[in-house]
Design a binder for this molecule. Structure first.
Ligand code: AMP
Length: 220
């Protein structure tokens, strides 16, 4: 199963992805974390993107696309990915669709965590003290929120049309959100199981029917 989780920066995507990863044995693919690691490791890419990230802007679609393809193409992660922070605009939505098809996969669930700017500001100021993330001061937080809002509408629309989108109220306590998400994933897995059983039963019936026909109309 592949899952997409999105929401404004500070909505708790990371926390919830972590929870899903552990409970359902998936692999978290956080583009923000991958990019921060490049900066920390002082790679060429890291040096190129540091100022973009610290100013609250988005890095180029091509850069993030190259990062995620490494995971999508890796058999170890096949149908086990949770995309955290990707896609963030319509180009990325289309690109994700393209890459998943290329590697014979698809998205099963899309979770949108909805949180107000007021709550985000409060959380960012708490996180700043805990993690000392450079890009987490309030002005940047507002800029990142606006950046999210400006780009996300077509993403929401695309997944709504594809009937994959579930909106989760991200204002609730963390454990309540986790329980809700957990229920959604369990529900999806149960539904998949039922479909498999149904297909199996159909298959079995046609086999029985087939042998019945062979017996009945056998000329021997
Ligand atoms: P996040 O940890 O998801 O809030 O991401 C932190 C920063 O990384 C963002 O503000 C962007 O600068 C950059 N970033 C993360 N994901 C993407 C993406 N899908 N497209 C472009 N930039 C991204």
């Amino acid at each position: 199963m592949n899952i997409v989780i999105f929401g404004p920066p500070g909505a708790g995507k990371g926390t919830q992805s972590n929870f899903i990863v552990k409970k359902f044995n998936l692999h978290q693919l956080s583009t923000g974390e991958l990019l921060r690691k490049e900066i920390k490791d002082k790679t060429k890419l890291g040096k190129d993107i540091e100022s973009i990230i610290n100013s609250g802007n988005l890095v180029s679609d091509e850069i993030v696309s190259n990062l995620i393809e490494k995971y999508i193409s890796n058999n170890m992660y096949k149908n086990k990915l949770i995309f955290d922070g990707y896609p963030r605009n319509l180009i990325q939505v289309k690109n994700l669709d393209f890459l998943l098809k290329k590697y014979n996969q698809k998205i099963d669930i899309v979770l949108k965590l909805s949180v107000s700017l007021k709550t985000i500001k409060k959380r960012i100021s708490e996180r700043k003290t805990l993690e000392r993330r450079k890009d987490d001061n309030e002005n940047i937080a507002v800029k990142r929120y606006e950046m999210y809002e400006n780009n996300i509408e077509p993403v929401i629309e695309f997944y709504k049309q594809s009937k994959l989108l579930t909106v989760v109220n991200g204002e609730k306590p963390i454990t309540e959100i986790s329980d809700e998400i957990s229920g959604l994933i369990e529900g999806f897995k149960g539904w998949l199981w039922e479909i498999r059983q149904y297909k199996y039963a159909l298959n079995k019936n046609s086999l029985i029917y087939g042998s019945y026909r062979r017996d009945k109309y056998s000329t021997k």
